[in-house]
Design a protein around this ligand. Structure first.
Ligand SMILES: [Zn+2]
Length: 213
């Protein structure tokens, strides 16, 4: 399979270059464990890799990526709550100081939440995408009322709103609320678009996103 061969080529480059160059850092991470100060919640989209965008070294960011960079609210229903488990680990054990939610442009998950379709087809046969993007139901109606459900304006509105939904849902976890109140944890909303390569930061007081310096 050419794809996997390409992957192995990359691995070999990494072994020769990146791993060799950062060997001292890797040794330190082995001996001392990981102590990232930041957790990043991003989309699984192949175009928006947080480590690439923020140009960080190994051990610097603890990352969760999923469809549309969503955090579900705290739930105690039966099920395997992957995001909640990662969050608990990051906040309680790693004691990260910041949680950065990063939405992005041309997000298929956000578009799916608007249209209930992916590439003009009904959302997945298993119902998993449908159920997942239901996390954005609460913002869908106001956006649809203002911009409709099609087109870039509606999609961008949903991409930005999704960041706010994830931040609100993060605050449904008592440990997050507690640490934020004590000043031990900061939540940040961000948005990145590959079309211009610009990162936007959310001002939660005004609700507006503006370009980072
Ligand atoms: Zn996405």
């Amino acid at each position: 399979m050419p794809e996997f061969a390409e992957l192995l080529n990359g691995y070999r480059r990494f072994r020769t270059n990146g791993y060799a160059r950062q060997k001292a850092r890797y040794d330190q991470l082995v001996n001392e464990g990981q102590h990232p100060k930041l957790m990043i919640i991003g989309c699984s989209d192949s175009r928006v890799d947080p480590a690439q965008i923020f140009d960080v070294d190994p051990g610097e960011i603890f990352v969760v990526r999923n469809v549309a960079a969503l955090v579900p609210p705290r739930e105690t229903t039966p099920g395997q709550h992957g995001v909640s488990a990662a969050l608990e680990f990051a906040v309680q054990f790693l004691q990260v100081r910041q949680i950065v939610v990063m939405g992005h442009g041309l997000c298929g998950g956000c578009k799916a939440a608007l249209t209930q379709e992916l590439n003009d087809q009904p959302l997945g046969k298993g119902g998993f995408i449908t159920n997942w993007v239901r996390l954005l139901d609460e913002v869908r109606d106001p956006i649809a009322a203002e911009f409709g459900t099609q087109g870039r304006l509606a999609e961008r509105a949903m991409e930005l709103a999704a960041v706010k939904v994830s931040l609100a849902n993060l605050r449904t976890f008592p440990i997050v609320r507690e640490r934020e109140k004590n000043g031990d944890l900061t939540l940040r909303g961000t948005f990145f678009a590959i079309s211009d390569g610009v990162l936007h930061l959310l001002d939660e007081d005004s609700g507006e996103f503006s370009p980072a310096d």
